[in-house]
Design a protein around this ligand. Structure first.
Ligand code: ADP
Length: 247
């Protein structure tokens, strides 16, 4: 495999739960500075794909490979509604938790936390408990935590769910800035936001349909969001789709 710029490569992955495949024959590669938006219907397998990438679920079939220990430090921003807001932890402590296993000493950690809080506009709320944050603030805290270790790959699962629309544009601008140094995989149900933010698009609906560029038109969306399992009528197949295989 040519891993010169590839950070991550999935080949012919099938995966699921209790013997039932929810992902079938999924192939994908992520390169440095990629910004991939993953869309798809509910239950289509988007989160399952993230679990495979994060090493939280083992595939039934296929291979996954990472370059340069990328998998040792993937930045991950979970869905905001999966966070227990009753948990008694301060903003600064959440950001610090992103430096787990960073190898930094205490004063370096302190500096990095300060830097992140400054960057994300969190200094004023550093000592607030997470239970008292707005959706937009929580979003920035989780993003700061996810990028704390300067990951080569950042994975975000529906980062805008339950967040005030007013904060959204700023958040996606921040992601574009982060993307200058970090490859990003963004899962979102919000097709409009995905199209205006990412560089490439994949629709996950049991299979994965890749579109190079963010200029998908409504017929592509209709076709792939409406559950087709074969890639048809989509011009050239990009190099990173490895659809056909022998078994
Ligand atoms: P998406 O993120 O696109 O909404 P998911 O990857 O969460 O889709 O789910 C894909 C399918 O797998 C769904 O049918 C869902 O019910 C099922 N599923 C997800 N997690 C589990 C689990 N832990 N055990 C059994 N089935 C699951």
């Amino acid at each position: 495999m040519n891993m010169s710029k590839n950070l991550l490569e999935l080949k012919n992955i099938s995966a699921g739960y209790e013997g039932r495949s929810v992902l079938k024959d999924v192939s994908l590669s992520i390169e440095e500075n990629d910004f991939l938006g993953i869309i798809g219907p509910n239950g289509g397998g988007k989160t399952t794909l993230l679990k495979i990438i994060l090493g939280l679920l083992q595939p039934y079939k296929g291979t996954i490979s990472f370059a340069n220990n990328v998998d040792k430090g993937i930045g991950y921003m979970p869905q905001i509604n999966n966070i227990d807001k009753q948990f008694p932890i301060l903003v600064s402590e959440v950001v610090l938790s992103g430096l787990y296993a960073s190898g930094l000493n205490k004063s370096e950690e302190c500096l990095r936390v300060q830097e992140l809080m400054q960057e994300m506009g969190l200094l004023e709320i550093a000592n607030k408990a997470i239970g008292n944050l707005s959706g937009g603030q929580m979003q920035r805290v989780l993003l700061a935590r996810a990028i704390a270790n300067k990951p080569k790959l950042l994975v975000l699962d529906e980062p805008s769910t339950y967040v005030d629309k007013r904060f959204e544009a700023k958040f996606y601008e921040q992601l574009k800035e982060i993307n200058k140094k970090t490859a990003i995989i963004l899962v979102s149900h919000d097709v409009g936001t995905v199209i205006s933010t990412v560089k490439n698009i994949a629709c996950v609906n049991e299979n994965l349909h890749f579109h190079a560029g963010n200029d998908v038109d409504s017929s592509w969306l209709e076709e792939h969001l409406a559950c087709p399992f074969e890639l048809v009528g989509h011009g050239k197949i990009p190099h990173r789709i490895l659809k056909d295989h022998d078994d």
